[in-house]
Every structure is written in structure tokens, then in C-alpha cells.
Design a binder for this molecule. Structure first.
Ligand code: ATP
Length: 488
């Protein structure tokens, strides 16, 4: 097993302290038993409740030193070489200068003592005094194959108990796909829960498991799995963008390097989010949405960690579409955020440049003033599209889409007239007008007619009037620098 080999290599490299951030404590101990036997070293574990005991051999019920400082003192004074696994030692390194000093002394005397300390906790804030003596080790996550085996094992267990279980091969494969990114323990728990809930493994489990997984990874607020995707038929206009996406559909070019991503820049309510959802819908890929606002954390340093974890999760979910909505909000904090936004930008740019996974990035933005030039540089993204307000033809199509969607009969309407009357309206505003007209007609107990829609149009002041200057400056910036998403 790869983990045993890697961990053995870390221990052989004369590292005094190995840090493992995980909830899978039992798995670490089992792995270390194998490492210890390869290295012919005794293995001890310690926790505040159980004290210190040897675990590679049955030594009866000998337990020593539940006190953390006494424990470290004992390890330091022992001549016998050994591997010491300290479980949940993290609280005893905070504001505990004596313990930190003892850890450092054990590390400093590594050449003569040859003790390896393995710190295992869910998370660590390693004090600077001992950081340089520490190596971080990450347990591997189960591969798709291993997940399929785990599911098969759990199915087998249920069947051996004589309980009925309905399974569907396609659902099992999708479940294994969607469990990528969680640990062995969590995957097993989620599979059991999926089975117990309804006595079946079906497509319904996939959505539930996804939600549970995102919660488990503490990514619920930051990275969301979007179930609501759309198709090109839901979008009026954006012909150029649609052609671009069609030409790069994954099935069309299986041997070419997959496209990296696009930026959709434009006026509010012009369909950028809808287009992001359509990429996933049309390419039949899962859609993950990264919320830049939720990324910011009140604890210093957590924001970049959140972003790194979210990007890692997206890599694990590949192939997928990662949609970063209002990207400017995360990467242009000004002077007041103590550099967090520039570190966020750096993390994002590094990921964009180095990632090997098939994650297609769709970044949407309204405000170019706030966008850092590094992000827009050619090569970072495949294309920057400008989504302008819809022209007359497109507005007609938007009316049609939103009336049809709500079963409003348009046969007696002059869509050309409605379109001319809605000059300067965004798609979102036209949709709102249709919805308001439906309410107005219902309150008058009438069917929705053209006149009611015209009334609602005249009542609305579109954003293009309120924000004329801003939109014009956006347009003139976009000319020559971006590709028009609508034209074909
Ligand atoms: N071109 C379009 N075709 C059909 N519907 C549209 C179009 N543009 C906008 N809409 C409607 O308006 C709604 C809001 O648009 P959307 O959220 O996609 O715009 P946006 O550009 O992302 O806006 P924001 O910048 O405010 O987030 C869409 O869900 C859709 O119903």
C-alpha cells in the first residue's frame, strides 16, 4: 500500500516530528504498526485519557503518564529508540512553553535518541519554535476503484444479514464517483447511511451523499454543488459563446488538451450565471460554485486555506465545471484587508497555472475596475467574453422563453413591439416584467395580454438608465479587449 511506503520513507528520512492532520486516527495507527515492523522499532501511542502504551506488541495493560509534560519528559529520558504517536496533542502545544520546549529538545536530540514523534489530530497550529523539525504527511484518499470496492463490501454485508437491498449498477458507479475526496472512514459511513435510508443504492442517494460530503468537508458555505444547471435552449442570444462551447465540448475533442476556462464579464442580469450553468448542463459535467464572500473567514490565514481546500476538492471532482461568481469580490480587497485578497489572487493564479485536472473554470464578473490585470492576462484563461445587454432580436427571444416557461400564451402578442418597448432592459429585467404581468393579470382575473406587459415595462426603470455611465465605460473597456458573447 502506497501510504505505508511513503510513511516509511518519511520516518527513514530522519525527521524528528511527523504531523498528520486527520480524523482517521485508527487508520494512522494501523499504518504505523506496519511501518514500525518494517523499521524494527517499538510503537507507542498516547492520549490524555489512556496515557502511554506500547501497541506493536501486547504488553498487558501497562499505561503511563497521562500528563502531557510528564509524558514528554519520559520520552526524552528514555534511551530505547521508538515511534511515539501522540493523539490529540494539539491543545497542549498552545500557550504551553514547557511542552513546546520539551518537543524541541526531543527533536534536537534526534541524532542520539532517534525518537520519532507522530502528532495526529484533526488540525494543527504548529508553534514556530518546532516548525522546522516537522514534516507533514497526508493520508491518501480512496481512489474510485477503492470506493467501488467499499460499496461492494457494504452491499455484501447487508445481503449476508439476509436483508433485502436494491442496487443499480449505474447508481453505484455514480456514487463512487461522487464520493471522491472523502476519507475511507467517511466514505464507509456515507455508504452505510445511503443504504440504511431506503434499503437501496439509487440515483437519489447521489444528491444526498454529495450534500453530506460537502458538509463533512466544511465546504458547505464556500463550495456548493449546484443541482440546477441549464441548457442552451434556456438562453436567448450568446450565440458566439454557445458556438465556442459547442466546439470545445469534451466528447468532440477527446484527444486534445481540455480548455482551461473563460471569464464572462458584463452587465448585471444579462445571463452570465445562466451561461455558467449551461456550460455544465450542455457538457454534462457537475457544477461547483465557489462563493467568494463565504471564503473570507474572520481567522487570519483561514481564507487562503478555505480556497486551497475548495480548489483541491474541485480537482478531486474533475471532470467538472468550477464557477466563481463575482470573482472581483474575492481578489480586489483594497488596502483594508491586510493583503488577504492579494494572497487569494496568488493562490488562484498558481492553481490556474499548475493544475493538471480537467476542471473548467467559469469566472463571472460585473466590475472591471476591480479586476486585477494578472487575472485577465492572455493564457490564464482561454477567452474573455463580454455579455452586453440584449439587442432587439435577443429581447424577443427572451420574452418568448420566459412566457413559454410560465405557460403565457404569446400567439396574439407582437413580440417585436414588446422587444422595441424594452430597449435597454436586461434579460433579468424582462423576466421580472413577465412575472409582474402574470401577477397583475391574476389580480384582474384576466389572461396575460400584451397591454399588461407594456404597462409593466413602462413602470420599470432599467439599470441601463440608472447606471448609464458605468455601463458605457464597461462597454468601451470591453471593446477590443474581449470577445462579444452575443455576436456570431
Ligand atoms: N439571455 C438570456 N436568456 C434568457 N434568460 C435570461 C437571459 N439573461 C438573463 N435571463 C434571466 O435573468 C435571470 C438572471 O440572470 P443571470 O443571473 O444569469 O444574470 P447575471 O448576468 O449573472 O447577473 P448578475 O451579474 O446580477 O449575477 C436568469 O436566471 C434568466 O432567467
Amino acid at each position: 500500500m502506497q501510504d505505508v511506503k511513503d510513511l516509511t520513507a518519511v520516518l527513514r528520512s530522519n525527521t524528528p516530528i511527523v504531523v498528520i492532520e486527520t480524523y482517521e486516527e485508527y487508520r494512522v495507527i494501523e499504518l504505523l504498526k506496519r511501518v514500525a515492523s518494517t523499521l524494527y522499532q517499538p510503537l507507542f501511542t498516547w492520549s490524555i485519557t489512556s496515557g502511554l502504551s506500547r501497541v506493536d506488541k501486547d504488553m498487558g495493560s501497562q499505561k503511563f503518564n497521562t500528563d502531557p509534560a510528564d509524558l514528554l519528559g519520559q520520552i526524552k529520558s528514555t534511551q530505547q529508540q521508538g515511534i511515539y504517536v501522540l493523539c490529540d496533542f494539539h491543545p497542549f502545544m498552545q500557550d504551553a512553553p514547557r511542552n513546546v520546549r520539551l518537543l524541541k529538545e526531543i527533536a534536537l536530540e534526534y541524532d542520539s535518541l532517534k525518537h520519532t514523534l507522530v502528532l495526529v489530530s484533526h488540525a494543527f497550529d504548529i508553534p514556530p519554535e518546532i516548525r522546522r523539525y516537522c514534516a507533514h504527511f497526508r493520508l491518501s484518499l480512496p481512489s474510485k476503484n477503492q470506493l467501488e470496492n467499499l460499496i461492494a463490501e457494504e452491499i455484501d454485508k447487508v445481503r449476508r444479514q439476509g436483508l433485502p437491498l436494491i442496487t443499480d449498477d449505474a447508481a453505484v458507479a455514480r456514487l463512487a464517483d461522487n464520493l471522491r475526496g472523502v476519507t475511507f472512514d467517511d466514505a464507509r459511513r456515507l455508504i452505510r447511511k445511503a443504504i440504511v435510508d431506503d434499503g437501496a443504492i439509487s440515483h437519489d442517494d447521489v444528491a444526498r451523499v454529495n450534500q453530506a460530503k460537502f458538509r463533512l468537508m466544511d465546504m458547505d458555505g464556500v463550495l456548493r454543488y449546484e443541482y440546477d444547471t441549464s441548457s442552451f435552449a434556456d438562453i436567448a442570444g450568446l450565440h458566439n459563446l454557445k458556438d465556442w462551447l459547442k466546439a470545445r465540448a469534451p466528447a468532440t475533442n477527446p484527444n486534445l488538451e481540455p480548455p482551461k476556462g473563460i471569464m464572462l464579464l458584463g452587465v448585471q442580469g444579462s445571463g452570465k450565471s445562466l451561461a455558467a450553468k449551461a456550460v455544465a448542463g450542455v457538457w454534462q459535467r457537475p457544477l461547483l460554485r465557489l462563493d467568494m464572500g463565504a471564503l473570507y473567514n474572520k481567522y487570519i490565514g483561514e481564507t487562503e486555506k478555505n480556497l486551497r481546500q475548495a480548489l483541491e476538492l474541485a480537482d478531486l471532482m474533475a471532470p467538472c465545471v468550477l464557477w466563481i461568481d463575482e470573482i472581483e469580490k474575492g481578489v480586489s480587497g483594497g488596502s483594508s484587508d491586510e493583503g488577504t485578497s492579494s494572497r487569494i489572487l496568488g493562490t488562484l493564479l498558481t492553481w490556474m497555472a499548475e493544475r493538471k485536472s480537467d476542471v473548467f473554470l467559469v469566472a463571472t464578473a460585473n466590475d472591471i475596475q476591480a479586476l486585477p490585470p494578472e487575472l485577465m492576462r492572455k493564457g490564464r484563461l482561454d477567452e474573455i467574453f463580454f455579455v452586453d445587454l440584449p439587442d432587439e432580436e435577443i429581447r424577443k427571444a427572451i420574452f418568448l422563453i420566459h412566457c413559454k416557461k410560465r405557460a403565457v400564451d404569446v400567439t396574439s402578442m407582437d413580440l417585436g413591439l414588446l422587444s422595441r418597448a424594452s430597449q435597454g432592459f436586461s434579460g433579468a429585467e424582462i423576466e421580472q416584467v413577465v412575472i409582474s404581468a402574470i401577477y397583475a393579470a391574476a389580480s384582474r382575473q384576466q389572461p396575460v395580454e400584451q397591454g399588461i406587459i407594456l404597462e409593466e415595462l413602462s413602470r420599470t426603470r432599467p439599470l441601463s438608465v440608472v447606471m448609464r455611465e458605468k455601463i458605457e465605460s464597461l462597454r468601451s473597456w470591453a471593446a477590443g479587449r474581449t470577445v462579444n458573447a452575443h455576436l456570431d
